[in-house]
Design a protein around this ligand. Sequence first.
Ligand code: C2E
Ligand code: MG
Ligand code: MG
Length: 287
Amino acid sequence: QARQSSGSAFCEFSVMMSEDVQTRVSMLHSLRAAIDFKRGLTLHYQPLMNASSGEVVGVEALLRWRNDFGEMVPPQRFIPLAERTGMINELGLWVLEQALDRLSAWHRQGYRQLGMAVNVSPVQLRADDFVIKVRQIIEFCDVPPALISFDLTESIGLEEPVLLASRLMALRELGIRLTLDDFGTGHSSLRQLMGLCTDMVKIDPGYIEEIVESADARALAASIVDLAKKRSSCVIAEGVETAEQAQALVDMGCVLMQGFHFGRPMAADQFEHWLRANKASLLVSNP
Ligand code: C2E
Ligand code: MG
Ligand code: MG
């Protein structure tokens, strides 16, 4: 009796396992097709604000994928898969092309100060032709490199520090700005903040969540802001959801922020409406 039941439990377990593998294999196939045929892939854009002046200083491009069944697949699910299979190289360049093409259109509409942040995977940094491809895309889209920033996470710095340093240097020589994303999570450590040459640091939403309710959380956030500033970095707070959180951050000297309080990630046309409704101050009427 006992043997039978444990046998059936094992059976159920292996069915579960193989379903999981099947799900991943089918996700892999449909992601491959999505990349090949540019099907179901789009970028959404989230505003980056100067909360002190009320100006929109830039926008972050965030990848969205609607699979063949019409379901939205969260980036946290498909990006790691694309990284493991190397598909991220192609996908990441497509994201950059789309984002810079948009940025160039917005610049032509008069939003000449608008910056664009693009997430770049450590896998992409390892590719030999990455910097050359990036240069070609920037030249083709004809946007000022100083208005482009790459959001970097993860720890290839620990694995291949020499390669990473030379890639980052080459990107900076192109004039691109670099941002350490998700600061304070396991992905980016204090050592990286101090060791890597980045122009900006994005503080993880985890540090912002409680700053209004908890004095401890506020003190922690304030010391992270100070630390980042000592490195002459710009500090951006991510995940700002309320006006009270925004005010607390401004009080501690962090004015750049992103979050649902200002705007959710939006499709390009929605973002254009949002821009028009929110800030004409970015418009430069005469070139
Ligand atoms: P991230 O770069 O740190 O992006 C910020 C994430 O926080 C986005 O999630 C955004 O929707 C979310 N967020 C923004 N404001 C708020 C807020 O006020 N509250 C809350 N709860 N969340 C907020 P999303 O779009 O799901 O992206 C998740 C992650 O996927 C990104 O984190 C980034 O690491 C990765 N990712 C997205 N697009 C790309 C891409 O094109 N390439 C690569 N390599 N990674 C990407
Ligand atoms: Mg990011
Ligand atoms: Mg982040």
